[in-house]
Ligand binder design. Structure first.
Ligand code: FMN
Length: 354
């Protein structure tokens, strides 16, 4: 786990990634600030090889959380340049994650009714989304590709499209939330079309060499949602479309807390998306990262031994920003108890830090 690796053109100094973690620290208009730069600087100086930002919304109507960062206008670029500088000055790579909330956008934040490929209500949030019109889909494709361009202009080493966790791109992929009968829904090929178009438009803007990653659900954790066999097909299509890496996760808001699980009390409960990640890796040979419940050095090493390129962690780095250094020094298990109290609208923090 401490061996350097090259992911496409990017050299990583070890196998640790700070998975995208919405910090609840941007201002109310979506601008990032010194508080986030300080956090990234701390992770970078403690040997995290790659930091993925919290999800940045690509359109105002895709905002899904308080104090979320935005990337829907060129005015955001200068702020992000400071985050990039904070990571680079301490030798870490940094990746911008871009997202649209779709039906998981918050009505009070997104300026109207949340949209979705199909008008499928979310029983967890009580939101009844509005089905997207064709021009809105075209606009979303353009917004994602503009966000990728902005990411490159800000100096990010790569941009990650958030196509997991039940947000808009995940909604397009999933047969549960995408029940359209036009060219954007129905067959697996049609459900993939939005991602394909985003990748194609982005390539026109950033060139063929700029790394684009995708965070993907290995399963939606719903009865009629995506299963790993479906996702392997999506991964093949992503490979054909020239993406540089896949980060494997899972779950949707509607499915409950399947993404950031609690009670990870022993090794059997750790690394809950690793088996699916291995299937995706074996089928595609793409560089694969995996996130979800890594809590011990031995489990991280096991994933690396099984040819997973990088292991991503979110909550453990909130409690221990210096975790990589500690593991390097012999620490065997993280302190994080996966209680999820770190989801804090005033800014992520661990209440157990003494
Ligand atoms: C406070 C918090 C914010 C998160 N924000 C994001 C996000 O912006 N984008 C994303 O893809 N995942 C997000 N996640 C999910 C994590 O990236 C990760 O998939 C999940 O927490 C499981 O990994 P862990 O067990 O290492 O925490 C967030 C998780 C937490 C705890």
């Amino acid at each position: 786990m401490f061996t350097p690796i090259k992911i496409g053109s990017l050299e990583m100094k070890n196998r640790f990634v700070r998975s995208a973690t919405h910090e609840y620290m941007a201002d109310e208009n979506g601008f990032v600030n010194k508080r986030i730069a300080t956090l990234y600087s701390q992770l970078a100086e403690n040997h995290v090889a790659c930091i993925i930002t919290g999800y940045a919304y690509v359109q105002p109507n895709g905002k899904s959380s308080e104090r979320q960062a935005g990337i829907f206008d060129d005015r955001f670029i200068s702020g992000y340049k400071k985050l990039v500088a904070a990571a680079h000055s301490k030798g870490s790579k940094i990746v911008l994650q871009v997202a649209h909330g779709g039906r998981q956008s918050k009505p009070e934040l997104c300026g109207g009714d949340p949209v979705c490929p199909s008008a499928v209500p979310d029983p967890k949030t009580g939101i009844q989304p509005r089905e997207m019109l064709e021009p809105e889909i075209i606009e979303v494709i353009d917004s994602f590709s503009e966000a990728v361009r902005r990411g490159k202009e800000a100096g990010f080493d790569a941009v990650e499209l958030h196509a997991a966790h039940g947000y808009l791109l995940s909604q397009f992929l999933s047969p549960h939330t995408n029940r359209r009968s036009d060219r954007w829904g129905g067959s697996e090929e049609n459900r993939f079309r939005v991602l394909e178009e985003i990748l194609c438009r982005s390539r026109d803007k950033v060139g063929s060499d700029y790394p684009i990653w995708v965070k993907l659900n290995s399963e939606d954790c719903l009865e009629i949602g995506l299963k790993v066999e479906d996702v392997v097909k999506v991964a093949h299509r992503l490979k054909e479309a020239g993406i540089a890496a896949i980060e494997v996760s899972g779950g949707m808001m509607e499915a409950g807390m399947k993404t950031a699980r609690t009670r990870i009390t022993n090794e059997e409960r750790e690394a809950y998306f690793l088996p699916a990640a291995l299937k995706i890796k074996e089928a595609t040979s793409l560089p694969v990262f995996v996130v979800g419940g890594f809590r011990s050095a031995s489990t991280i090493q096991k994933a690396i031994n099984q040819e997973i390129e990088m292991v991503s962690l979110s909550r453990p780095f909130i409690r221990e920003p210096d975790l990589v250094k500690k593991i390097q020094g012999g620490k065997s298990r993280v302190d994080c108890i996966s209680c999820n109290a770190c989801f804090n609208p005033e800014g992520i923090r661990c209440k157990h830090i003494t």
